[in-house]
Design a protein around this ligand. Structure first.
Ligand code: FAD
Length: 504
């Protein structure tokens, strides 16, 4: 007997139709389907939605809605408390089963558990598919049954497990349930009345208007499943073969730029994994490049694994010794306040740092090498707490991800798992010269110093007055002098570290 009652497909960070476990489960069940997205700012997964991420969400929902419409389904958009919305939709449609995919963050998982219990009391079954990861935490564990805190043995243990399953295609789409009404149509509601009437996405005001700062984001990205697929194909065609050599060079597209698509679940990591494997088999990517690339996907896995085992990762130092570190308070003295502002705006006077922060502000993304440099500069040169930097990134990155961001900031700060030791302090001038030797990256994002010869590009203050003049630069006016002297800041950072070095 085919199922005649509708089921609900609740989208969250899985904004795709291919290789989507909850869609496959809902389709297997048979019967009509109500796909929905619920915007509830009190749910943990939406509570800290930054500006750039909100922009992405708007466009990704719009793309998903269009894909569903082409399959004869309308995406129901509702805002308000999740439990009430789901109950109301079930009551109005006669549905008694809801399918969704896990959002792999401890607070969301806990909220799901209590939601599941509360819906069960009303006879509603919430079916949650596994996390969007290649290897499900809590596994693997080390020989003592403890979580790994070092990447290499963790990843080796993962690779010793079964290869991640091949991605599954989009299933034949179930039919639409009666309703919901299409937003903008005569039956569409404002959300106050009929629970099956969709709200209008534009009313959620996820995109900026006054001012509209999203021009650079629009130029750089195509949110949605099709955009994710195109990005993967582009990477495999053009950059995958030299990934191991070019991944550290920010002046070119040497990496996949899939991070926002992976964060929003527009593509599954299994799809990426197997596409890389196929490319290697077809001779389009050397094994060395693939190994390196898959290990980067491994860092994504490791970050989620750490967040699973250490849910306080976004707030607390993994290495408790750092609790006593004498950070400068950004809301304290004016010098620190100004330095923080200079960092956020890309006006520190260190070209590679400024280029990175401007790339971030303009496009919502920053190259990984430069993320490490700017993070090190904030934490070590300015001695501002990593949480302040992590907060800025969460607000400005289109790939803002609680697990990846928290683990990476703790890694740079020296207090995280398998972290770079605190005393290894990035020199922004040497990093610039090594990874942007021809200056293409700095010249793109810091055009006011573009006319400087390569020799001085990463340290304009070293240029003789005459060279500055002929490059049209008036230091301190057209481009800032360094907010701190790196050598001196490094000494201060190391002596601050001395104060906690021997703490238990
Ligand atoms: P590729 O080199 O093409 O790598 C493929 C995928 O692997 C990425 O899309 C990403 O999902 C994953 N990946 C790569 N490097 C890392 C890494 N170091 N840690 C975890 N996953 C990784 N990444 C985020 O997705 N969200 C964040 O909020 C985030 N914050 C960061 C903050 C700091 C201070 C630093 C140093 C790194 C941060 N990263 C974050 C990790 C990394 O910089 C980005 O994932 C990467 O730059 C994305 O570019 P890509 O897709 O071209 O990467």
């Amino acid at each position: 007997m085919p199922n005649s009652k509708p089921a609900i497909l609740w989208f969250r960070r899985d904004l795709r139709l291919h290789d989507n476990p909850s869609l496959i489960a809902a389709a297997d069940r048979g019967g009509p389907l109500i796909p929905c997205f619920l915007f509830d700012p009190d749910r943990p997964e939406w509570a800290e939605l930054g500006g750039a991420a909100a922009w992405w969400l708007h466009h990704s929902l719009s793309a998903l809605s269009e894909s569903l419409r082409m399959q004869g389904l309308e995406l129901l958009l509702r805002s308000g408390p999740t439990a009430d919305l789901l109950r109301d939709i079930c009551q109005a449609s006669g549905a008694a089963r809801i399918f969704c995919n896990q959002v792999p963050e401890p607070q969301s998982i806990a909220a799901d558990r209590s939601l599941q219990r509360s819906l069960a009391e009303d006879g509603i079954d919430l079916v949650i598919a596994g996390p969007p990861l290649l290897f499900d935490p809590p596994k693997p564990l080390n020989r003592s049954g403890e979580p790994y805190q070092v990447f290499t043995p963790y990843w080796r243990a993962c690779l010793g497990e079964q290869e991640p399953p091949a991605p599954r295609p989009q299933p034949p789409m179930p039919p639409a349930a009666a309703g919901p009404a299409e937003a903008g149509s005569a039956e569409a509601g404002s959300g106050d009345g009929d629970p099956l009437a969709s709200e209008d996405l534009a009313d959620w005001r996820l995109t900026p208007t006054a001012p509209d700062w999203a021009g650079g984001l629009c130029a750089a990205w195509t949110p949605g499943e099709a955009g994710a697929g195109a990005r993967l194909d582009g990477f495999l065609d053009a950059a995958a073969a030299s990934y191991h050599r070019a991944r550290d060079l920010p002046d070119r597209v040497g990496t996949s730029r899939l991070s926002p698509h992976l964060h929003w679940g527009e593509i599954s990591p299994q799809t990426v994994w197997h596409a890389v494997r196929r490319t290697v088999a077809a001779g389009g990517m050397p094994e060395k490049a693939a190994e390196k690339y898959l290990a980067e996907l491994g860092w994504r896995e490791f970050s989620h694994y750490l967040l699973h085992h250490f849910p306080s990762l976004p707030r607390q130092n993994l290495n408790g010794r750092f609790d006593a570190f004498p950070w400068s308070a950004p809301d304290g003295d004016a010098a620190t306040r100004n330095a923080l502002q200079a960092w956020c705006r890309g006006r520190t006077g260190y070209p590679i740092v400024d280029a990175g922060m401007r790339e971030l502000w303009t496009t919502g993304w920053m190259h990984n090498r430069v993320r490490m440099v700017v993070a090190s500069f904030l934490v070590k040169d300015l001695r501002i707490h990593w949480r302040t930097g992590a907060g800025w990134f969460l607000d400005t990155l289109v790939d803002a991800d609680l697990a990846n961001n928290s683990a990476s900031w703790q890694w740079v700060a020296g207090c995280g798992a398998d972290a770079a030791p605190f005393f290894r302090i990035f020199n922004p001038v040497l990093q610039g010269r090594k990874f942007d030797p021809e200056g293409g990256y700095v010249r793109e994002w810091v055009p006011e110093i573009a006319a400087l010869p390569d020799r001085f590009l990463h340290a304009p203050w070293e240029a003789p007055a005459e060279v500055l003049r002929s490059a049209g630069i008036d230091l301190g006016e057209t481009y800032p002098r360094p907010v701190v002297d790196h050598a001196e800041a490094r000494r201060h950072a190391l002596s601050a570290f001395e104060t906690i070095k021997d703490a238990a």
